[in-house]
Design a binder for this molecule. Sequence first.
Ligand SMILES: Nc1ncnc2c1ncn2[C@@H]1O[C@H](COP(=O)(O)OP(=O)(O)OP(=O)(O)O)[C@@H](O)[C@H]1O
Length: 959
Amino acid sequence: MLKALSSSCFQGRLRLSARFPAAAVNVGEGRSPLLRVLGSLTSRRGGSPVFWRKAFFCSEPDDGSEPPAEAKAEEESEATANVAAEGGGAEEADSKASSAIVSMNPRPEDYLSVIALPLPHRPLFPGFYMPIYVKDPKLLAALVENRKRSVAYAGAFLLKDEPEIDVNVASGETDKSVYDLKGKELFKRLHEVGTLAQITSIQGDQVVLIGHRRLRITEMVDEDPLTVKVDHLKEEAYNKDDDIIKATAFEVISTLRDVLKTSSLWRDHHIGDFNYPRLADFGAAISGANKLLCQQVLEELNVYKRLKLTLELVKKEMEISKIQESIAKAIEEKVSREQRRYLLTEQLKAIKKELGMEKDDKTALTAKFRERLEPNKDRCPPDVLQVIEEELTKLQMLEPVSSEFNVTRNYLDWLTSLPWGNYSTENFDVHRAQKILDEDHYGLSDVKERILEFIAVGKLRGASQGKIICLSGPPGVGKTSIGRSIARALDRKFYRFSVGGLADVAEIKGHRRTYIGAMPGKMVQCLKSVGTANPLVLIDEIDKLGRGHAGDPASALLELLDPEQNINFLDHYLDVPIDLSKVLFVCTANVTETIPNPLLDRMEVISLAGYITDEKMHIARDYLEKTIREACGIKPDQVEVTDTALLSLIENYCREAGVRNLQKHIEKIYRKIALQLVRRGLSNEPEVDSQKIDSQESSSTSEEAVEIVGDGQIGKNIDASASSVQGNEIVSEETEHATSHDAAVESSEEPEQVANKGTNNVGEAVGSDVDKVVIDVSNLVDFVGKPVFHAERIYDQTPVGVVMGLAWNALGGSTLYIETTLVEQGEGKCALHLTGQLGDVMKESAQIAHTVARAILLEKEPENQFFANSKCHLHVPAGATPKEGPSAGCTMITSMLSLAMNKPVKEKTIAARRSNVKMIIFPSANRRDFDELADNVKEGLDVRFVDNYNQILELAFES
Ligand SMILES: Nc1ncnc2c1ncn2[C@@H]1O[C@H](COP(=O)(O)OP(=O)(O)OP(=O)(O)O)[C@@H](O)[C@H]1O
């Protein structure tokens, strides 16, 4: 009824059972295709590691029916021979054997007392092979002995779990405890129902069993080795044609088929021609079910119930199989997708390579690097060339996916992109250089002269030497921009970087290549970006160099700048020396005091003092305005900024040493003008358009409209409309102008309106050129807001105790007052109270000034006890600004004396030109500095040089 398992299976099965001793080895090694299949199947299902893996389906069981003829014959002959030779053994066996000698060989069912073999992992099913390991030597010896006496049967019983033993314990441990069990202990632990097992081979401690028929233990006969009395069990009788049994059996078969189908290993096999009880055993045996469930099947003698139990097991197996299949499928799909992609890209690469369309990555890279190096190869230092060659060889040997490959590639990228020995031709034309410098900057004659000297030396030597020029001065005096001009004058490439706040040495010297994301330092980056080895490098803000947490940036900078050292500058990343001796370094600083001394020593400092109003006017007029106007796209005849407006800007808005703020203000003005011009253009255009539309709609006005558009004089039209709208304002504006400028300045009208006024105002002045926007003092406020500064002169006439001094600050110079006033008087109340955020040195100066003033007063007016009996308060205004320095001593003395003698300092005494003061008193030691000032600065100043305070006293108080 049932189909043969498969012809090949059966062949294997029969061969194995027929020639068992030899085949047993094969069984163990799983060489038979069928056994291999079973073995793989079971191991895949994760059954018990040793025993289940080695349980194999074998032959027709001895379930009451006859064993296969061939096997039976062999067994019989073997048994006969053994018994004949030894003529002894166990009692029963003896009796059977002796009876066998007389009548017949012992049959399986004749074994009523058997040695009990414990099976720790799975029960043995009739018809299945199972190799087991017998570790107990006594038991093994007994089995061997029995076998010799042709008592080749034993009972195989599943071991019950010890209640406290976890079923999941490693098999090794379970095995160990199993081997230790003996006698009664073992007896108690055995399941009652087991299998009569034929011992087919014993190889060392490996014993191969074939299950024959079911047994039930009745009692223990012997303890060591455990021998038990058994009953042979038979299935309950059943009706083969019972529909329910039939249906269940079919269901088992079809489920088994499904399982076999889903498992690729079993796909080609068929289920054998079994009877129902055997079918149930087969299903249970090959399922990966739990040992107790299998034992249940073994114990079940009702065929229908056994089939049902098996059906449950195989259904479960089916589910597991399905899940397993879907997992396997998903993984397979993923792997094959990736593999496919990989294969395709490899194929593509191979095709491209074959067609010469693309070389492989490494070859292409190497070729690229070599090509890049080629133009500089002759000038490239030999040691650098050697490093490059070595790295190129290394690149060839590295895997493109490795991180080392990337490091080497980047390194080669940097090495080959530097301009080794590639110098730009310098221009030593002094006249041209002078022209360029004058073109870019007004004044700064010292700086320009120094640059021209440098060029002249270069011309005579034929090559310029590396130099460090340091331009020091307040912000906005043109330090950076003059650096750019020098580069232009010399025809050198320009590169600027700021070291303000720089704290990391790696910024200058680069990181070591071992770091992830390592980069070379600024200088190497500079060379790569300019592409020549002799650029002009402007190092900005060198006075604000950071402290550095790892290493000292100042020392690194020294190595970079020092002409003695930088011929072999070593960048950590590049690791090969670079010659920086031809680089012209220009540094900028606001103050030189904070520049590290070793650096300052090597620099040629050129000071840019700051500009006076005259100079600023020139700069604004001839340089700033011009460039800003162009940048805003405004034509020169569209705008006029009057001198007074410019002056007001400089004096009242941008009080600074440089011109940066002034530049910003002019930019602001020009931006606003640009907006106005655009707005006016736009406000006119829609008007023209609307007329155009009107002309289409109304025929009566069409001619007029066409005339206006056709006229092309849009400007005129704009103006006409503007004047018609603002006619009244023009009149009022004119009157305002006639009366007062201030009124216009304080006007709160919108900037645009005021600008229009300016335009119209000018329109009147320049006749027909009505589009011009004029900025003068009257409308300046609308463009740049209210003035920020007022004259520093607070007093028209300085009162008693007040003296004006000169101060230096970061914005350049400024004037400041020193005021002393009396707090209270009384016998012995001599005290001095100081305010105005004075630094320690300045406080000490004030104390000294107090003492000196007292001494001078004592000498001049011995009877004047002012200082002895007065508490004075000295204040330096602008209290929010900290002040420090030793140079205010004389001014303080003068201020205190003025109070003590109750005489104001003479109006023309101490002053600065910017504050409209006429006389300045300088210490004689400063005469040299004063002489260096340009004539236009000195102009109009009454300067006196003094050696001691008495001279000041004379100038300040005596007429
Ligand atoms: N003498 C000058 N003639 C023409 N333009 C000048 C002059 N001095 C400064 N300028 C202009 O002023 C602007 C500011 O100058 P720059 O940026 O070079 O100042 P700086 O001294 O480098 O300031 P900082 O110290 O803040 O860096 C530039 O646009 C520059 O062209």
